[in-house]
Structures are given as structure tokens and as C-alpha cells.
Design a protein around this ligand. Structure first.
Ligand SMILES: *[C@@H]1O[C@H](CO)[C@@H](O)[C@H](O)[C@H]1NC(C)=O
Length: 376
């Protein structure tokens, strides 16, 4: 769940707090009954209610991360190119905070992307002196080094400097976050359309994102995009939380031509009925403008079909016991194309705006193969 969700819940808690204020009021009233004058009781009530409101507001700010202290850091030179591109380093967080506390509605600001967390993260990063060595484009954390990640069952699972200590993002999430935050849709490059932009000509219909295996790590970013409906789906929804629907990607419970975007990172290599799953992605995507961001591991000379193997066999065949395919990258692309999904390998160096490419080393996104796919 993202910062906004937390704020909303804390604010909902604030309403409970008001009820608590009611209880306090009751106690004051009782005290008042025992006293000759009610004035002190009323004054106490007003004071207590004010203090409770202030405390709740501060709590909301703390929990939403607005007041969270960033770790001090040493390292790179200040990034001048960023500043040239309009990043003054001035934070508009305090403005955002006062909006929350004044109860101003979050969606008052019209437009497609109200706040761009990627760009805010970059601003914060560039404003520090010295500039920290690492920055996470998903949540804005910055510091000297990412956390060391260990996964027992993976031969590549022992990796230092890999996971964002705040939002737990891995390279693939950071790669997607930076694309969403700064990149243009490669298929719509001529129009200069950005990711997550609601379809033109549809009035107030929000952008519809179907997110398979909805990585929590991307929520802090995605939840801040206004005009977007995100539907999280997975075959094992309990891994993700109560807002994730159960769904079989080979029979997706969404209407035809429904989704503006699909995020499907490290999913397809788990699916035995690959053709059916691909056809389903094609079916739910809005014709012409719909896109899918897909990532699969694909480092084999030739694609390996490991579907008939057992646990150890798949480990041997596909490199991981829960993978049924060991893809070759080019072959993956042609398998997608056969079902009507045209995929183009993302090259962050090219697809991010020029200033953002300067940040790639500090995001440590690694150039994992990601594909932007469309039905057109
Ligand atoms: C989906 O879009 C295609 C292409 O525009 C159209 O031919 C088809 O009728 C649409 N299907 C539905 C169910 O809307």
C-alpha cells in the first residue's frame, strides 16, 4: 500500500479520533456536572480536541513519510544536468503536507499525473549535498548503498547493493518506475505521449492499469498517479494483500479492449499455457493505444520448454524451480508476436529522457530485458 493509502487510513483514524474527542467530551461533561462552573470543562474540551487534532495531523505526516529523515550520504558530485532541466531542488512537499492537513481534497488538481514521484525523487536526490550514491525512483529513498538481498532457492539470490531499504524495490521495479516516471511510450513516440496518460478523447475516464503480480514496491509510485484505476491480479492473491483479485492470466476476468496498460513483470515464464495467456493480454488491451510492460528472464541460447519437468528438473532446465520456461530473448519476442503482441526491447538509455539517463547508475536498474508491447 502506498503513502496515500496510509494517509487516507490515518485520516480515517482521525475520524475515529474525533469520536475519541467525543469520549473526552463526555468525561469533561461528567466533571462539569460535579463542578459548580462548566467553563473550565468546556475550555479543557476545546484544548484537548485541538491537541488531539494536531497530534493526529503530525502522525499522518510522519506515517506518510513527509517528515521522514533521509540518511546522510557522501558520494557523487551534484548533478548539474538535472538542475539545468528545471530541477531546482526545492521541495514542494511542505505544500502537499499542508494540503493534507487543511483537508483539501487530493484530486482537486486536474491533470493526468498530479505528482510525479520519480521526478520528485530525482529532485530530492539532486538537492542533497553531496549527492547520495543511490536513489530509488519508486519511493525516493536515497543513500550510499542498497540493501543486500539473499534468496535461498535462487542461484542469483545472493546480491549486495540490490534492494531498496525503504520500499523493497528490486532492479526490475526501479526500471519500471523510472520508465513510468520519465519515459515516453515508444509506440506513441511521435505524439510524445507519456506512460499512464489517460486515453485522449475519453473525457474523464481514468487510465486503466491491469497489474499482474502487483508488486507492492511499485505502489508508492503508482498510487500517486491520479486519474488511474489499478487492478491488481494474481493466481496467488494472498501473496499480495486484500486488494489483489484472484485471476488466471489464461482467462482474465476483464472485458475485451478494457486496459490502457498492463504490467506483467516476471510472470510469463511461470505460465504453461503461454499462448493462451498472450492471447488474453491481447484481448484485454485497448486497440492501438494499449500497451503492456513485460519482463522475463531470457538468457538461454534457445528457449527451453520445462513444462513436463518436476521440481528439480525445472531448477536444472529453467534455472528456477517455479519457472516452466527458460526463454531465449528473441524467441520470447517471436512467441508473443505469433499471438498478436508486438514487443520491443526497452533500452533505458534511449527510452528515458536524456537527463534521466544520467541517473541510471545511481538507480542501479541494470539493463534487464524489459519489453514494451502493443497489439498494433
Ligand atoms: C475491440 O476492438 C476491436 C478493434 O477496434 C473491435 O473490432 C472489437 O469489436 C472490440 N470488441 C469489443 C468487445 O468491444
Amino acid at each position: 500500500m502506498g503513502g496515500d493509502g496510509l494517509v487516507k487510513r490515518v485520516l480515517a483514524g482521525g475520524r475515529t479520533g474525533e469520536a475519541g474527542g467525543g469520549v473526552l467530551l463526555g468525561i469533561s461533561a461528567m466533571n462539569t456536572n460535579q463542578r459548580p462552573s462548566g467553563r473550565i470543562g468546556t475550555l479543557t474540551t476545546v484544548l484537548v480536541t485541538s491537541v488531539v487534532s494536531v497530534v493526529l495531523c503530525v502522525l499522518a505526516l510522519l506515517l506518510s513519510g513527509h517528515l521522514r529523515a533521509e540518511p546522510a550520504a557522501a558520494g557523487l558530485q551534484r548533478a548539474e544536468p538535472l538542475l539545468e532541466h528545471g530541477f531546482t531542488g526545492q521541495s514542494d512537499r511542505s505544500a502537499a503536507s499542508s494540503e493534507v492537513c487543511s483537508g483539501k481534497h487530493e484530486h482537486d488538481v486536474p491533470g493526468n499525473v498530479r505528482r510525479n514521484p520519480f521526478q520528485e525523487a530525482m529532485k530530492g536526490w539532486a538537492a542533497q549535498d553531496p549527492v547520495p550514491k543511490r536513489v530509488c525512483p519508486c519511493c525516493g529513498w536515497s543513500g550510499d548503498v542498497f540493501a543486500h538481498l539473499k534468496i535461498m532457492w535462487s542461484q542469483w539470490g545472493d546480491r549486495p547493493d540490490k534492494q531498496c531499504p525503504r520500499c523493497k524495490s528490486l532492479e526490475r521495479h526501479r526500471s519500471a518506475c523510472s520508465l513510468f516516471g520519465a519515459g515516453k511510450h515508444p509506440f506513441l513516440a511521435q505524439e510524445g505521449a507519456e506512460f499512464l496518460q489517460p486515453p485522449q478523447g475519453f473525457g474523464s475516464v481514468p487510465f486503466r492499469l491491469a497489474h499482474f503480480g502487483p508488486e507492492k514496491t511499485m505502489d508508492s509510485m503508482l498510487n500517486q498517479v491520479s486519474d488511474m484505476d489499478q487492478i491488481g491480479m494474481d493466481f496467488m492473491p494472498w501473496l499480495y494483500g486484500p486488494s489483489t483479485f484472484f485471476a488466471d492470466i489464461t482467462s482474465i476476468p476483464l472485458p475485451t479492449n478494457f486496459s490502457d496498460g498492463v504490467v506483467v513483470l516476471h510472470v510469463m515464464e511461470h505460465i504453461p499455457a503461454l499462448e493462451k495467456a498472450t492471447q488474453e493480454l491481447v484481448r484485454i488491451l485497448r486497440p492501438k493505444t494499449g500497451w503492456a510492460l513485460a519482463e522475463v528472464p531470457c538468457y538461454f541460447e534457445q528457449t527451453r520448454d520445462c513444462r513436463d519437468k518436476d521440481y528439480n528438473g525445472r531448477k536444472e532446465c529453467a534455472g528456477q524451480p517455479d519457472h516452466v520456461w527458460g526463454f531465449n530473448c528473441d524467441d520470447f519476442v517471436s512467441r508473443m508476436r505469433q499471438e498478436g503482441l508486438h514487443c520491443r526491447r526497452v533500452n533505458l538509455e534511449e527510452d528515458l529522457q536524456p537527463w534521466a539517463t544520467k541517473l541510471i547508475p545511481s538507480m542501479r536498474v541494470e539493463l534487464l530485458p524489459s519489453y514494451i508491447c502493443s497489439t498494433g
